[in-house]
Write a protein that binds this ligand. Structure first.
Ligand code: URA
Length: 272
């Protein structure tokens, strides 16, 4: 039995490394699996062959069939998202949507925060631990920096609308897979259509790539005005900029984001 203080230290170590979710009911000892495989390799060859024959004779284990393949889920997501004519409807549809496995490990749906009437919309990548717990985007460390960036141009969550490409926290903050992103894409696209902001800000590489179809990395894209085209063919002026989480790791680049935010402020106040 591990003494409690040591156990707390171990858990804190895991949490700091981003492993803060229990995915299974019981722990899996991967080291023991390695030992089992090594012991198996040491067994005499005749014994291993007999065991293999026995396994082959046993009835095949039937894997549960995947009811709807991922590609079909992306098509289903497109159809469902298209049915929403208000943000409330879109949120309700997303809350019911069971086609994305990220939903299974997330604690909460993280839909959006801020003012849907705002002329400024910002889109990040995916919720982290704090966002998952609160069900709101950008409420952790990077959210606090985002709030300061908005305040620097005279905005806050009453005068801006904030969302993410992915509405459920990926377990352990891993990157969302391409198919998970494709399944979630119709929902953020419809959300942008329904908010219809005057200016769309994509925060970081993943949302810039997905929404603006950027071929270049964020360092080349940031600070340059783009056009986001909605499914219905509408156009929204868009500005890619650096993600606040990146800025926390690279504070020397805050001046670049500051330049981008000054551009955004100038555009918002010019009415152009
Ligand atoms: N990073 C994001 O991209 N979104 C959040 O909501 C929080 C952190």
């Amino acid at each position: 039995m591990i003494p409690r203080p040591e156990l707390e230290d171990i858990l804190r170590f895991y949490a700091d490394a981003g492993a803060d979710e229990a995915l299974l009911e019981a722990p899996v000892d991967r080291f023991a699996e390695g030992h089992r495989a090594a012991n198996e390799a040491r067994r005499p060859i005749a014994e291993r062959a007999a065991a293999a024959v026995e396994r082959a004779a046993a009835p095949a284990r039937v894997e549960p069939a995947v009811a709807v393949p991922d590609e079909a889920q992306a098509a289903r997501a497109r159809e469902l998202a298209g049915q929403a004519s208000t943000l409330e409807e879109l949120r309700a549809i997303l809350a019911e949507f069971d086609g994305c496995n990220l939903r299974l490990t997330a604690k909460n749906l993280v839909f959006a925060d801020g003012n849907p009437q705002a002329d400024l919309m910002l889109v990040g990548e995916a919720p982290g631990r704090d966002e998952d717990l609160e069900g709101l985007p950008f409420v952790g460390r990077s959210g606090r920096l985002l709030d300061r960036m908005l305040a620097a141009i005279g905005r806050d969550r009453q005068s801006a609308y904030i969302s993410n490409v992915i509405p459920w926290r990926p377990p352990g903050n891993r990157d969302p897979s391409p198919i998970e992103t494709e399944i979630c894409r119709p929902f953020i696209e419809r959300q942008i259509e329904l908010v219809a902001p005057r200016i769309l800000v994509t925060l970081g590489n993943p949302s810039t790539k997905l929404l603006l179809g950027a071929q270049q990395g964020i360092m080349r894209m940031r600070g340059k005005w783009q056009v986001y085209t909605t499914r219905a063919g509408g156009e929204v002026t868009a500005m890619p900029t650096l993600h606040p989480a990146y800025l926390l790791r690279n504070p020397a680049h805050k001046k670049l984001a500051w330049q981008d935010f000054l551009e955004i402020r100038a555009k918002l106040t010019s009415g152009g």
